[in-house]
Design a protein around this ligand. Structure first.
Ligand code: PLP
Length: 232
């Protein structure tokens, strides 16, 4: 199957999962995760309808940026503060904010660029040492601090990556927990221009349908669209 065919197949599965759970397919964005894949491969997905793509690493994003057709870029991997300046004018959203220090750097660079950057807070659902992200119980303090101090950052919701699992169903409790947290967030009284919780980023190749059933608004799918990754 070509990348275009696989992209359309995943989009159809995402839409079917939405309908099955009584949701509207347009509520959920399919992001194509492009790490290790070439600009040419990415353009094939864009031609098939991809509107949003996700890269993990700043360097890789920059290498491909000029060769990829116009599309909405998302930064989904761990972001070092010294690299924020390189992507601030290239991405529409940063999914991996997990400290005040990073938020402040994003704020400073966004202000210099004359924009407001949309961000998600990354939750480390199972508190795995190997993953970044904050504990669920620290979310409110961090969001309160960011919205209090960062005029050029807008918190749009949360991102989570559940532990690796053999079966998609094993991710469901983590997705449900994240969805509950996301619903709680919506009740927080914080400055509206800096806080607009409408995005729940969860679900990958192995479990995106479960994530849609549990309330995801953006699924991040890589290998099911582009095939296996060869890390160089
Ligand atoms: C690589 C990656 C994905 C996509 O993973 P697949 O299993 O290939 O779909 C999603 N989210 C993040 C943060 C990733 O790093």
């Amino acid at each position: 199957m070509s990348i275009a065919e696989r992209y359309r197949q995943i989009a159809a599965r995402k839409d079917a999962a939405a309908l099955r759970s009584g949701r509207s397919p347009e509520e959920i964005t399919l992001m194509a995760v492009t790490k290790t894949h070439t600009a040419e491969e990415i353009n094939q997905a864009i031609d098939a309808g991809a509107t949003d793509i996700g890269e993990n690493r700043v360097q890789e994003l920059l290498e491909k940026y000029d060769s990829v057709k116009p599309v909405r870029w998302h930064l989904i991997g761990h972001l070092q503060t010294n690299k924020v300046k390189n992507i601030i004018d290239k991405v529409v959203m940063i999914h991996s904010v997990d400290s005040m220090r990073l938020a402040k750097e994003i704020d400073k660079r966004a202000a210099a660029a004359g924009i407001v950057m949309d961000v998600l807070i990354e939750i480390n659902s199972a508190m795995e040492d190997t993953k970044s992200g904050i504990a669920a119980e620290d979310l409110k303090d961090l969001v309160t601090e960011i919205t209090g101090e960062c005029a050029n950052v807008r918190v749009r919701g949360i991102m989570c990556i559940p532990p690796m699992a053999a079966e998609p169903e094993e991710a469901r409790p983590y997705f449900r927990e994240a969805a509950k947290l996301f619903e709680e967030m919506k009740n927080w009284q914080l400055p509206q221009q800096r806080f607009c919780p409408d995005t729940l980023s969860m679900g990958m190749s192995g479990d995106f349908e479960v994530a849609v059933e549990e309330g995801s608004t953006i699924v991040r799918v890589g290998s099911s669209i582009f095939g296996p990754r060869n890390y160089r």
